[in-house]
Design a protein around this ligand. Structure first.
Ligand SMILES: C[S@@+](CC[C@H](N)C(=O)[O-])C[C@H]1O[C@@H](n2cnc3c(N)ncnc32)[C@H](O)[C@@H]1O
Length: 381
């Protein structure tokens, strides 16, 4: 964690700072939060600008100071232009999405859930590669999958693609990678972090970059910075395809069987996870939608498909099972990690999970929207 001042730079160790914050009571933290607010108002009066790139800055006068919270650059900048000081801990009490743990975990049950999820999502969406991309690929196409998980998307795509195509998967952890012996010979899986720029030797290398279901790691500014890092991987004319579930609209529904429950436990579990993640680090959906996200990143030929997970009635139960696995798996992992107010204990998670499974067994189902967005970098492929 860096605090930059005009002229000089102080470097602070984030771990030490977190330790320092641990010593504060809830009330003290509230006071710190109020301090930040008062500082900002004092600095910016009469105007504060909150930029879509997560920078919060006051710009109305050169002598009132400047505060920028730049989550994409992984540091906080405080530039003092005049008489105002900013106390460090007031700002640092804010948790950033980039240092948030990966709450789904990487147990073997989660790996199995990801495999099932792949087949269910693909069947419901109707394609692996967006139809606008598949027909335009060169014979030596280079295809990447970022946040690849098991590598199943690449592995399955390679089976239906020309053998001259090359496939590369990147993930921050190799814990869920399918064994290399089970992968087609033109598929390679490696470590890579989408929250940082990729190594320069990968820049401009790919015709297609796929991203699917990394929303649990996203928060304010992280959508934009991740997209910037991914766009750097593309050749001129190359295309990104990003598939996400909008779990903010997810809820349980009564099934068609008269014995079905209304699905309230399914709704409750999903809402609990959404609110905990939002409270912790600002977990969100692209605030201005996918078209704006892509166009602001300079992408062209932007298209977005939206479908509902209950589109094929025969998949409703599968989607519900996958959803229960993710929701209660993440809530269980969070229960082990924190004492924050409003969190469910491990015992509560177990009980609520059982109620949600009972909902599913009765015929009720969990439903959400899936968005598939594509956009291309300027130039000819
Ligand atoms: C829900 S899984 C989805 C996996 C795969 N995209 C799929 O659809 O089957 C999310 C994946 O993102 C990976 N991930 C989380 N943070 C990451 C980061 N900063 N860089 C790269 N991968 C990351 C996780 O390790 C996990 O494998």
């Amino acid at each position: 964690m860096k605090i930059e001042r005009s002229g000089a730079t102080d470097t602070l160790n984030l771990k030490k700072l977190s330790k320092r914050l641990e010593g504060y009571t809830r009330m003290e933290r509230c006071v710190m939060a109020m301090n930040v607010f008062i500082h900002i108002v004092a600095w910016s009066c009469p105007a504060i600008k909150v930029g879509s790139d997560t920078k919060l800055q006051s710009t109305n006068s050169p002598d009132i100071g400047y505060i920028a919270v730049d989550t994409s650059a992984h540091y906080i900048r405080v530039k003092e232009l005049g008489r105002h000081q900013c106390s460090q801990h007031t700002i640092l009490s804010r948790r950033m999405a980039y240092d948030e743990p990966y709450w789904l975990g990487r147990a073997s049950a989660e790996q199995q859930r990801l495999i099932k999820q792949h087949y269910t999502w693909t069947k419901s969406i109707g394609y692996l590669l967006h139809p606008s991309i598949a027909s335009a690929l060169p014979s030596n196409a280079q295809i990447a999958d970022v946040g690849t998980g098991t590598g199943i998307w690449l592995s399955e795509l390679s089976k239906t693609s020309p053998s001259t195509h090359q496939f590369f998967g990147y993930d921050i952890s190799d814990a869920q990678f399918l064994p290399s012996s089970s992968l087609p010979s033109n598929v390679t899986l490696s470590l890579g972090d989408f929250k940082k720029p990729f190594p320069s030797e990968l820049h401009g290398k790919f015709d297609v970059v796929n991203i699917r279901l990394i929303i649990i790691s996203m928060g304010p500014g992280i959508w934009e910075s991740t997209l910037r890092h991914v766009v750097q991987l593309l050749k001129p004319g190359g295309t990104i395809i990003w598939t996400e579930g909008n779990f903010f609209v997810a809820r349980g529904f009564r099934g068609s069987d008269p014995a079905s429950t209304p699905g309230h436990a399914l709704t409750k579990g999903q809402m609990q996870l959404n609110s905990r993640l939002t409270k912790r680090f600002g977990y969100n959906w692209p605030p201005n939608g996918w078209r704006a996200l892509f166009e602001e990143a300079g992408l062209e030929k932007v298209e977005e498909d939206v479908l509902s997970t209950d589109r094929l009635p025969e998949l409703r139960r599968d989607f519900t099972e996958i959803g229960i696995g993710a929701v209660f798996g993440a809530l269980g992992n969070m229960a082990g990690a924190g004492e924050e107010e409003g969190f469910w204990s491990a015992g509560e998670v177990g009980e609520k999970r059982k109620e949600a499974v009972d909902d599913m067994e009765s015929g009720a189902y969990l439903r959400w929207d899936i968005h598939v967005s594509v956009g291309s970098v300027k130039g000819n492929a």
